[in-house]
Design a protein around this ligand. Sequence first.
Ligand code: HEC
Ligand code: HEC
Length: 193
Amino acid sequence: MQPRIEGAFQVPANLYLTPVLQGTRRRLVQLALVLLPGLASTVAAVAETAAGGPDLHRYWDDRCQGCHGDSADFARRTLSVAGGRLQGRHHVDELPRFLGQHYLAAPLVQPVLAMLQAQVQAMPLYRQHCRRCHDSAAQLARDALALREGRLVVRTRGEPVDALLARHGGLDRVQALELEATLARVAHEVGLR
Ligand code: HEC
Ligand code: HEC
């Protein structure tokens, strides 16, 4: 975790706190006093969402994107899957151990590995067919999708995503099925349950 220096105090790089930190120095002191005992739990707290699970994509954007760029592009460019296991270009067999020592909170090592592995294996359909009109798949999932009884739907009107993709986005049937699976995974990765 990378601490950020604010005045004379070290405050965890919890982005949600930024507006508060723009207050007076006195408020900063009070805030630091409140925060310091909670440092250990901060990493997990950053990634939790109101919806349920941790938001892995937000976590990536906060902690990893600055050096590695978009997670799916990074995964496709740098990583590969062999024998069902994710491998790096440099860290071939010991990628999980490397990640455990590399900016990543311990409980998130396995979920982030799983996300990167899925990204290596998925066709870049969203990028090719949707991205020119929409924000990232993760943001679309946060803003517009929901899981209802295990089914992926458009949140506002409850329309199943498979029905949407049959009339919207220009995919053929096989591509639509694959993208639906990808969007369901991404929905899960941003914490929808
Ligand atoms: C300050 C820059 C920086 C940040 C932040 C950062 N990384 Fe890295 N990362 C690197 C560098 C440099 C390497 C290559 C070093 C090496 O291979 O030993 C690397 C290597 C990797 C690799 C292995 C690539 C390979 O081919 O073996 C993975 C996977 C990875 N990072 C994931 C992450 C994740 C996940 C995060 C966020 C939790 C993250 N990184 C944050 C700089 C960064
Ligand atoms: C040519 C531009 C364009 C492309 C390409 C496109 N969309 Fe859309 N999409 C739109 C517009 C415009 C809307 C309607 C926005 C609104 O009224 O909220 C929309 C609506 C949606 C909605 C419903 C949002 C809501 O809250 O009602 C979803 C989900 C969606 N698109 C997913 C996709 C996916 C997945 C793809 C790729 C297969 C895709 N779109 C391709 C322009 C596009």
